[in-house]
Write a protein that binds this ligand. Structure first.
Ligand code: ZN
Length: 414
């Protein structure tokens, strides 16, 4: 057993902060949490390892609920995997996984583009990375965000990876087949899109609809039968309304929710999660193609208002970066943006721990410093409740543990 002595503990799923405690880990799990008092010192004699973490803060390992680990940028040549050998690309992706774990992120929900082989390698212990919850491919209609055609109108005729099926579908028959194929390929969650986005092609904007109401209903029914939750990319307009009224599990982005405040009530009442992904728009507004920059700049104020209303309505809010077209390994930037947009530091941490675990339906095992939970720990040298930005600073990380294993923190590798 290992003991971590003297740190303050942020629970993650509750508002509880335990000052100066001893956290004991047995194998992969948290064994006990006790005050660091004189009478409890005897217990330490039976420990195999003792970590003096006086003055440090221990959080549950962080969770990003919207990542694209395998994506490198927004260029079509890269998205079609034409610019370098697949083996080189694969090594880059493995490095991203390793680096992301070292940054304190012990679980990632990948929203499309990462195949099951990465998860297998991590589970078998031949590579280090966060535990992975995979969407495999984004399901959208012809012309939707998952339909990556070239500017000349050509579709990608090269089959890159049979484990990442093209999930462009129209109508119930195609949807049913594709859902089964995605699950066969290892999908833990079904990712769909009912609107365009900031980065989608010209002519498919954030309020433009994708999929009919009956298609969305069919996707939810079929996914439920397959025991999978549906995460839905939706920014605004009728497509946002349809997926909320039909009852998806989480809304990704939700930038224009404030224009339809009745939807926030439905979300709160039905425990539907909101993953605002501020980080990606912060990137788009500065660096992306001109039409993408313009869309991002147009939505920034609306996005903040929607977020404020969501908090006011007690919608469950979860941290996700949508990283993939831009820098990896800086997932805690989203927590900083949640705070900049009006969330308390404690709630921002819960959005990346306890509430995020609920979004993954894994709240019984991760996301909280609770006896019996996985010993996924992020141990910071300072208190992130005083300054959330320290979570982005690798020099402020003392230790990262996943499943009770001490993760070696090497120099940045990506
Ligand atoms: Zn995404």
């Amino acid at each position: 057993m290992k003991a971590f002595v003297g740190a303050d503990l942020i629970n993650g799923s509750t508002d509880v902060i335990q000052k100066n405690h001893i956290l004991i880990v047995d194998g992969a799990n948290i064994h006990s949490i006790i005050p660091n008092t004189d009478e409890n010192q005897d217990l330490l004699e039976s420990m195999e390892e003792i970590y003096n973490v006086q003055g440090c803060t221990i959080l549950p390992g962080l969770i990003d609920c919207h990542e694209h680990v395998a994506s490198k940028n927004y260029e079509l040549i890269t998205r079609w995997n034409l610019d370098e050998p697949a083996s080189t690309t694969s090594i880059r992706t493995f490095k991203v996984l390793e680096d992301t774990l070292q940054s304190g992120y012990t679980s990632i929900r990948d929203a499309g583009g990462l195949d099951y082989g990465y998860k297998l390698a991590i589970e078998e212990g031949i590579w280090q990375g966060p535990r992975l919850i995979l969407a495999i491919s984004i399901m959208s209609q012809t012309g939707g965000i998952g339909d990556r055609i070239s500017g000349s109108g050509h579709i990608n005729s090269i089959i890159n990876n049979p484990l990442l099926p093209n999930a462009v579908v129209d109508g119930e028959e195609q949807i049913q087949h594709k859902l089964r194929e995605l699950v066969r390929c290892g999908a833990d969650v079904i990712k769909i899109a009912t609107t365009g986005g900031a980065s989608s092609r010209q002519g498919l904007g954030p309020r433009d609809t994708s999929f009919s109401r009956s298609e969305v209903r069919f996707i939810i029914d079929e996914s439920t039968r397959l025991n999978k939750k549906v995460m839905c990319h939706a920014l605004g307009g009728p497509g946002l309304r349809v997926c909320i009224e039909e009852g998806v599990h989480s809304i990704e982005h939700g930038c224009y929710l404030g224009e339809d405040p009745d939807l926030l009530k439905i979300m709160a009442e039905s425990n539907m999660f909101l993953v605002p992904t501020f980080t990606v728009y912060d990137y788009h507004k500065q660096y992306s193609a001109p039409h993408v920059q313009e869309r991002a700049q147009l939505l920034i104020d609306k996005h903040r208002q929607s977020f404020e209303l969501a908090m006011k309505n007690d919608v469950k809010i979860v941290a996700g970066t949508d990283a993939g077209g831009f820098v990896h390994g800086d997932n805690a930037r989203e927590l900083e943006l949640l705070v900049e947009n009006g969330m308390s530091p404690l709630n921002a941490i819960k959005a990346a721990t306890g509430v995020a675990a609920e979004c993954l339906t894994m709240e019984d095992t991760i996301g909280s410093l609770t006896v019996g939970h996985k010993a996924d720990l992020l141990i910071m040298k300072e208190d992130p409740l005083k300054n959330i930005s320290i979570l982005r600073d690798r020099n402020k990380i003392k230790y990262v543990f996943k499943d009770g294993n001490n993760i070696e923190l090497s120099k940045r590798i990506i």
